[in-house]
Design a protein around this ligand. Structure first.
Ligand SMILES: [Zn+2]
Length: 249
């Protein structure tokens, strides 16, 4: 059972993986790494477990993946991606430069996107959208430009912001896609803080928010209660999950 979610602790109660109606199962693995189950496929986002002291209960060798979606080139978003892709045979989906970089490491099962473009996979459609950030790769190579993802499927749609500032472009997402949830960075310093994330949730017209990119390092530690209260006061629901925990949106 514990290998399903890649969680070492067997005390973690598993949520039934029942796709098809009503909800979409999401598992959080710390920092900005989460997985969404769609059509019996696992979409894993920005795997960074090794080196994350808050995710020591998560075993990267047990995390399942059919697709690995990478928002930008920083090591806190792709540190475990190569190893997980090799073990699982997952398809890497990212910008063109990051896909090329993994290709040089022998990881050729990949699909490149660039901003504004999307592609229909077997589980649904993924569109690469704007993020305001930077994107150098761990060895200093050019990592293209950072982005976020909109995932649309028969089982529901969601948006992952990647690392970004609040941007007016997010309004375009709300105008065109009905989201079940939005996975947003909230930790401040390098990205939006939780107050800007509330505005982002308004822009994309979504009430259910999975908080990402907080607490991992001292500059992005946040006051959980203050964040939860602010979201609630704005009529929204912020989900702050422990690494290894799941939620159904
Ligand atoms: Zn980051």
């Amino acid at each position: 059972m514990d290998n399903i979610a890649g969680v070492r602790s067997s005390g973690q109660r598993q949520v039934e993986t029942e796709t098809g109606e009503g909800f979409m199962k999401v598992t959080y693995y710390g920092h900005s790494c989460f997985a969404a189950q769609i059509a019996n496929q696992t979409l894993l986002f920005d795997p960074f477990i090794t080196g994350n002291e808050l995710a020591t209960g998560v075993d990267p060798n047990n995390i399942p993946a059919d697709y690995i979606l990478i928002s930008h080139g920083h090591s806190d978003h792709l540190g475990d991606a190569g190893d997980i892709a090799r073990r699982t045979g997952a398809t890497i989906v990212s910008n063109y430069e990051i896909v090329q970089w993994f290709g040089k490491q022998g990881l050729l099962k990949a699909h490149p996107l660039n901003h504004g473009g999307g592609h229909t996979f077997d589980f649904g459609r993924v569109k690469f959208v704007n993020a305001i950030h930077s994107s150098s790769l761990p060895d200093g190579a050019y990592g293209g430009n950072p982005g976020g993802f909109i995932v649309e499927s028969a089982e529901g749609n969601f948006y992952y912001s990647g690392d970004t500032a609040l941007t007016w472009d997010m309004k375009l997402i709300g105008e065109s896609t009905h989201l079940r949830f939005a996975a947003l960075c909230i930790g401040d310093n390098f990205t939006m803080d939780f107050e800007d994330a509330i505005k982002a949730a308004d822009f994309v017209r979504c009430r259910e928010v999975l908080g990402l990119h907080f607490d991992t390092f001292p500059p992005i530690k946040i006051n959980h209660q203050a964040a939860l209260d602010k979201f609630k006061a704005a009529g929204k629901h912020l989900h702050l999950l422990h690494p290894g925990a799941s939620h159904e949106f």
